[in-house]
Design a protein around this ligand. Structure first.
Ligand SMILES: Nc1ncnc2c1ncn2[C@@H]1O[C@H](COP(=O)(O)OP(=O)(O)OP(=O)(O)O)[C@@H](O)[C@H]1O
Ligand SMILES: [Mg+2]
Length: 600
């Protein structure tokens, strides 16, 4: 298994203390729900009070009516009333805790939904250079697993922690008020309790973490085998992979056992200690009762309160660990939210006016963040596209065609030189006004789940069905779409996997046309469709784009022949430019490329 995976796992299960800053930022999300939050606090206090009141009723009933009792009518009625009140308080407590949990969920869910939205929105805003550098799995992990674990704490944990803390404080205060000697006697069980809890935290969590890590490895192996199932079968690796999986699975089984064993040792220890506490109270407290130092009712209440003492300690111990791993999640989420998109609107950015389509590159030098320092992806690139012109980019794989396109869209910014549209530097325009007017069909055309119609309207959601169909008819993609299972209503599977590569391209193409862009960019947009279909599209485009600027990247030179201007790239430099016939006459790189193409 890859070591890369292990590094990620470690990070995933890392535990830290939550910094004050992270805590405040989390609280900021809760703050939007402060009314419900305050209500929740009130209900928590009330519910705890009601719970703590229970033993007092019993104490009162015993002392008032049951010690030295005479079965008078008044006493019978009295104890009946006490029991009734006890019952009423019980129901009241139940009701309060229902409301309390409900309000806690409302706050937690609200805050976490907001956080989830913030993360989603932020990821959408991040510049492409971030995605070049960051593993996709890691981003998804943050948006998904980390928020999930935070969610669990924010919704359940925080409230439980509060309720347990309150109960604990209440119990301790009440116990001390009964009799400090009793408290002192019972505190004998506290050191072993603390020790047991500490040991459990330490070894239990370690074992639990190891188990989770192994479970992640199992999942990873499973996922890899599923996505690679064709390859596995084609190379007959089933047996080999099975035995590898078996090893992983055996280790997992062992770890589950270890974890369970520790847990099941700890739990009875707590029960045992609480029993010891009761025994001490019964003995020593009984002695105090006989000396008339305390009443029987008080002794009973003391024992009942002692029973309320251990539960919260256990809960808080469990939650402490959850809190630690949540802290790590929160740190990671905020770290993601703190990543500033590299390309943002400048302070004085202006709306780009309606584009006429005069695109110019002035001495552009460009490299990606991940490109080594001494190399440039684009070197000294200068050219222009006049309004209404079709400019074609040709050159070998990796020569920089897509990079030029990315700069026109301002997905990245050039380190030197500038790109202008109608004389406006792109760096001074708002991204929104630029992207609204450009449509692009890329090499990896992406479809979203939904219907084909939804996808076609992606660039202009207010387009009518008729407009969409008209665009498809002009492009000649209408018939292709009608031939699909449900025509325009055909459902798109994840990433459009239920269409052929050519069909996907045609849909993306139509999507770009529906957006009615002022500049159209086609990066290998027709490479997967057959030659006759491509010719048809070519013809439609020429009509549609008579007055709009169009950039075309294509390896099939028949596609670019009619361009007004052809740029030939090599290693990020423009080595030739001109019309098809200019370049043929020149007899250089393009002429050779074309010769090869025709011969093929
Ligand atoms: N996101 C990126 N991060 C780092 N380097 C990149 C990135 N995209 C491209 N490159 C590098 O930049 C160079 C130019 O790539 P580009 O995608 O512009 O080539 P291209 O001409 O479009 O090639 P193709 O015909 O294969 O699409 C390549 O050497 C590539 O390795
Ligand atoms: Mg490319």
């Amino acid at each position: 298994m890859a070591t890369h995976d292990d590094i990620r796992l470690e990070e995933e299960f890392m535990q830290t203390r939550m910094s004050g800053r992270t805590f405040r930022r989390l609280m900021h999300y809760v703050w939007s729900y402060r009314r419900t939050f305050i209500l929740n606090l009130i209900f928590t206090v009330l519910a705890t009070a009601s719970q703590l009141a229970g033993p007092r009723f019993i104490q009162f009933g015993i002392d008032r009516y049951l010690t030295n009792f005479n079965a008078t009518d008044a006493a019978v009625r009295g104890i009946g009333m006490v029991s009734l009140f006890y019952l009423i308080n019980l129901f009241l407590g139940w009701f309060l805790s229902v409301v309390q949990v409900k309000s806690a969920i409302r706050v937690g869910q609200g805050a976490m939904n907001d956080l989830r939205m913030a993360v989603f929105e932020h990821i959408q805003r991040l510049s492409l250079n971030y995605f070049d550098k960051t593993h996709q799995g890691r981003i998804i992990n943050r948006a998904d697993t980390d928020i999930e674990s935070l969610d669990r704490i924010m919704t359940w944990g925080a409230n439980q922690l509060l309720a347990s803390g309150l109960t604990l404080v209440g119990v301790i205060v009440l116990l001390l008020r009964y009799d400090w000697r009793l408290c002192l006697a019972v505190s004998v069980v506290i050191p072993p309790l603390v020790l047991a809890t500490w040991l459990f935290q330490r070894y239990g969590m370690r074992a639990y973490r190891k188990m989770r890590e192994q479970s992640s490895r199992l999942t990873a192996a499973l996922a890899e085998n599923i996505s690679g199932v064709r390859v596995v079968q084609a190379f007959s690796r089933e047996d080999h992979n099975l035995s590898r999986f078996q090893v992983l699975n055996d280790v997992y089984g062992e770890r589950v056992l270890v974890s369970a064993r520790i847990f099941h040792t700890y739990m009875p220890i707590v029960g045992l200690l609480s029993g010891v506490g009761v025994a001490i109270i019964l003995g020593y407290g009984g002695h105090l009762v006989m000396q008339r130092e305390i009443s029987v009712g008080e002794l009973a209440a003391f024992i009942l309160y002692l029973g309320m003492f251990f539960g919260p300690i256990q809960t808080m111990g469990d939650l402490y660990n959850a809190l630690l791993s949540t802290a790590a999640s929160a740190e990671r989420i905020f770290q993601l939210l703190d990543t500033e998109p590299q390309i943002v609107d400048r302070a004085n950015a202006a709306e780009l006016p309606a584009i006429r389509g005069h695109v110019q590159f002035h001495d552009v030098w460009f490299r990606y963040d991940t490109t080594p320092d001494d190399t440039w992806i684009l070197k000294n690139v200068s050219f222009e596209a006049r309004p209404g012109e079709t400019v074609a980019l040709v050159g070998a794989t990796g020569s920089g065609k897509t990079s030029i396109i990315s700069l026109i869209c301002r997905f990245y910014e050039a380190q030197r030189g500038s790109v202008t549209i109608d004389g406006n530097p792109l760096s001074e325009a708002t991204l929104e006004s630029l992207h609204r007017q450009i449509a692009i069909v890329t090499q990896d055309n992406f479809l979203f789940t939904g219907s084909i119609m939804d996808n076609l309207k992606f660039g202009r959601p207010d387009a009518t069905d008729d407009e969409v169909i008209a665009a498809a008819q002009t492009l000649g993609t209408h018939d292709v779409i009608l031939r699909l299972q449900d025509g325009y209503q055909t459902k798109v599977a994840e990433r459009g996997a239920n269409f052929s590569a050519g069909e996907r391209q045609l849909i993306c193409f139509t999507r770009a046309m529906v957006a009615q862009p002022h500049i159209l960019i086609l990066d290998e947009a027709t490479s997967a469709v057959d030659a006759p279909t491509e010719a048809l599209i070519q013809y439609a485009l020429e009509k549609l784009f008579e007055r709009r600027t169009c950039f075309i990247v294509a390896h099939r030179l028949s596609t670019v022949r009619h361009a007004h201007r052809i740029l030939v790239l090599r290693h990020g430099e423009i080595i030739e430019q001109g019309t098809h016939s200019d370049l043929l006459n020149l007899g250089g790189a393009y002429a050779r490329l074309y010769e090869e193409f025709v011969r093929a």
